[in-house]
Design a binder for this molecule. Structure first.
Ligand code: B12
Length: 225
């Protein structure tokens, strides 16, 4: 019975993001949660596919910047409603993570999703926001005690900021672990730029973080022996 309601509701959530119908979306979110359905599914199989379709509409020049902004606003309303109900297979994770979108880039939806997954798992996250000046990113990463620095970029023009940032960070603090992500980058960029990790989406990012932090723990334990 519930399953028969879930599919149409997920499709409607997706549609409401595409059509930037925030009021409808709020109503749908309420119905969805009242039925006790899975909030993670609502985000990853409803809201995000909606935003991906918006990207396609933009590329086909059916949507322009004002529409994209309205869709993003609707998406954020949904994320806010679902976040308190989301769960993670990783619980009570320990570690301090710094995250931000590099200088020149205002795309922060992806970064916010990654941050959300980290917070749900229990990590302590410092979010520098978007279009973060290089010196701010560097200073914060070097002066505070983070286990991992995560950077995001959505444009082929701004992704090289990550390369420079990694180089600067590794020169000054080689032991600091760095993870990168965002649509224009791949695992190959991570390897070439000497990042320690890469993930293509928010769910996989959580798995990679766990692996990286476990490695750090093992290295520290071995050092103590
Ligand atoms: C929404 C959007 C906008 C919104 C952004 C709103 C916001 N608050 O983010 C607005 C309208 C502001 C915007 C502006 C612009 N945009 Co725009 N935008 C998009 C769009 C449609 C969707 C991006 C998005 O949110 N995707 C959904 C999220 C969920 O996916 P995601 O970001 O990839 O994130 C996932 C993964 O990448 C990963 N991830 C992301 N970060 C990280 C970090 C880590 C550490 C890890 C592990 C993983 C990870 O996990 C995320 C979640 O699963 C894309 C088109 C597209 N098809 O993607 C264009 C796009 C990115 N934009 C583009 C452009 C050109 C612009 C503008 C220059 C347009 C203009 N003429 O002004 C400006 C840029 C201004 C600037 N200086 O940054 C181009 C970039 C082209 C390129 N190759 O460089 C794209 C690709 C559209 C296109 N095909 O031309 N944009």
């Amino acid at each position: 019975m519930l399953q028969s309601r879930e599919g149409p509701l997920l499709a409607s959530l997706k549609e409401s993001v595409i059509n930037f119908e925030t009021e409808t979306l709020v109503e749908l979110c309420r119905n969805y949660l009242e039925l006790g359905l899975d909030a993670n599914k609502a985000v990853f199989e409803g809201l995000i596919p909606g935003m991906l379709e918006v990207g396609r509409l933009y590329e086909e020049q059916i949507y322009f910047i004002p529409e994209m902004l309205m869709c993003a606003e609707t998406l954020y309303t949904g994320l806010e409603i679902f976040q308190p109900h989301m769960t993670s297979s990783v619980q009570h994770a320990k570690g301090k993570i710094l995250i931000g979108v590099v200088e020149g880039d205002v795309h922060d939806i992806g970064k916010n999703l990654v941050r959300m997954m980290f917070e749900i798992a229990g990590y302590q996250v410092t979010d520098l926001g978007r279009d973060v000046p290089m010196d701010v990113f560097l200073k914060t990463a070097l002066n505070e005690d983070f286990n991992l620095v995560c950077m995001s970029s959505m444009m082929s023009t701004t992704m090289y900021e990550m390369k420079t940032l990694i180089k600067n960070l590794k020169e000054k603090k080689p032991e600091l672990k760095v993870m990168i992500g965002g649509a224009p980058v791949s695992k190959l960029h991570a390897i070439k730029w000497r990042a320690d990790g890469y993930a293509p989406d928010a769910q996989k990012a959580l798995v990679v973080v766990q692996q990286l932090l476990n490695t750090i723990k093992l290295i520290n334990e071995e050092r103590r022996l």
